[in-house]
Design a protein around this ligand. Structure first.
Ligand code: SF4
Ligand code: SF4
Length: 402
């Protein structure tokens, strides 16, 4: 309890975080604000509040987007506070079947393999179309998972090492985590293509696994610690100059690991390429199209590396790059939040799409797979055709073979 009080007591109740909070903006309810949640946790940790369903609900309604943390002048470690609270009340928390399924697939390689084969069969056999017509996913309470399923991408086993294809500058480890190759093989492939073209050898340790974010946000600190230890051991090679991530949701979690040697090497792929002075402009085919850049909360509020994606995408000759206003809130995906809190997730997505679509982009770029899946599902449900992809995929597509 003392860890909670020590963190909660840092809050001076100034309220500067309130306009940045998506759940407060939507509800105008103090209990759905960062300040309100901190006060609730503080009262509970001080023994003034029972562990009620309502208390847990208010804290669970938080997206952990950490926009409040970025805005806070008192530097309250809000993410840590909520994670620790959820761990302490984990026995009383409940998650949906869909969220439990996502956790299982992310933490178990055999389950992930089965899910991949299942996805292939589900889509290729036409079963998905029939099941949707019969509303089977709704009956099984799996409609939130079904809506997120991306089109199956044919993938190949990843090699442990890809050598640089130009004069070598160094060696990086590529973090693909649990879902990378399963749901977003094109991004994994693009990352290898661009990094090797930039002169970096790329190591992809097979031992790596889930970053642990889903477990930690669910109050399961024990599983999180095990996953963190596995990843630190997988990337223990001291020769790695950096550990590059292609999903900012994972990257933000890896940077929060207590193992500082590992955490200090973690960096978003776009930021890494920019910091390494990689200029691709002369090697990229022009693209006369407009692209709207979506900046995931994890990239902006936790990794604080959002400029990398902007600068990288701007290297494509002819591209008209637009960005969402800084006031744009979380898209609502937030790990398994979109499965457990569909109404809030949909309301936030609606706001974001309204702003993004007004720019009439040909592409929507996002550096986080969770956001990309949620946004893609929202576009599909609205009957809108707009490709959502990682900035590194656009760079790889435009890269001229030399
Ligand atoms: S969390 Fe920070 S910004 Fe929000 S009320 Fe507390 S001190 Fe102020
Ligand atoms: S993490 Fe996001 S949703 Fe949660 S209180 Fe902070 S701003 Fe609000």
């Amino acid at each position: 309890m003392n860890i909670l009080l020590a963190d909660a007591d840092l809050c001076v109740k100034c309220g500067l975080c309130l306009p940045h909070c998506p759940t407060y903006t939507k509800t105008q309810n103090e209990n759905e604000s960062p300040r309100g949640r901190i006060a609730l946790i503080q009262a509970w940790a001080g023994g003034h509040l029972d562990t009620s369903k309502k208390l847990i609900e208010h804290v669970d309604n938080c997206l952990l987007c950490r926009a409040c943390e970025r805005a806070c002048p008192a530097v309250v470690p809000y993410g840590r506070l909520v994670n620790n609270f959820r761990e302490q009340v984990s026995a009383k928390r409940r998650s949906t079947l869909a969220a439990a399924l996502l956790k299982t697939v992310s933490q178990n390689k055999q389950a992930a393999g089965l899910a991949q084969s299942g996805l292939r069969f589900y889509q290729r056999s036409g079963l998905q179309k029939t099941a949707r017509l019969l509303k089977l996913p709704n009956l099984l309470k799996l409609d939130r998972v079904d809506r997120l399923m991306p089109d199956y991408q044919e993938s190949h086993a990843l090699a442990p090492f890809y050598p640089a294809t130009t004069a070598p500058k160094g060696t990086v480890g590529l973090f693909v985590g649990c879902m990378g190759a399963l749901l977003d093989y094109e991004t994994v492939n693009a990352a290898v293509t661009v990094l090797t073209a930039a002169g970096f050898n790329v190591a992809i340790p097979a031992q790596q696994g889930c970053c642990g974010a889903l477990a930690l946000h669910d109050g399961d600190g024990k599983t999180f610690s095990q996953l963190a230890a596995t990843n630190c051991s997988a990337f223990a090679d001291g020769d790695l100059d950096a550990i590059v991530t292609i999903a900012s949701g994972c990257g933000s979690q890896l940077q929060d690991y207590q193992q500082t040697e590992f955490a200090g090497k973690v960096i978003d792929i776009s930021e890494f390429l920019i910091q390494s002075d990689c200029d691709f402009s002369a090697r990229l085919a022009p693209l006369t199209a407009s692209a709207c850049l979506h900046t995931p909360c994890s990239l902006k509020n936790v990794m604080r590396e959002e400029q990398g994606a902007v600068k990288l995408a701007q290297q494509i000759p002819g591209i008209k790059l637009t960005q969402l206003p800084a006031t744009t809130h979380c898209c609502g995906s937030a790990g398994s939040y979109m499965l457990d809190h569909p109404q809030m997730a949909e309301a936030l997505l609606g706001d974001l799409l309204e702003v993004a679509l007004a720019k009439q982009p040909a592409y929507l770029l996002s550096s986080n797979i969770g956001c990309a899946l949620h946004i893609t599902a929202g576009l599909r449900e609205r009957g809108i055709t707009l490709e959502v992809l990682h900035p590194i995929v656009l760079i790889a597509r435009q890269l001229k073979s030399s």
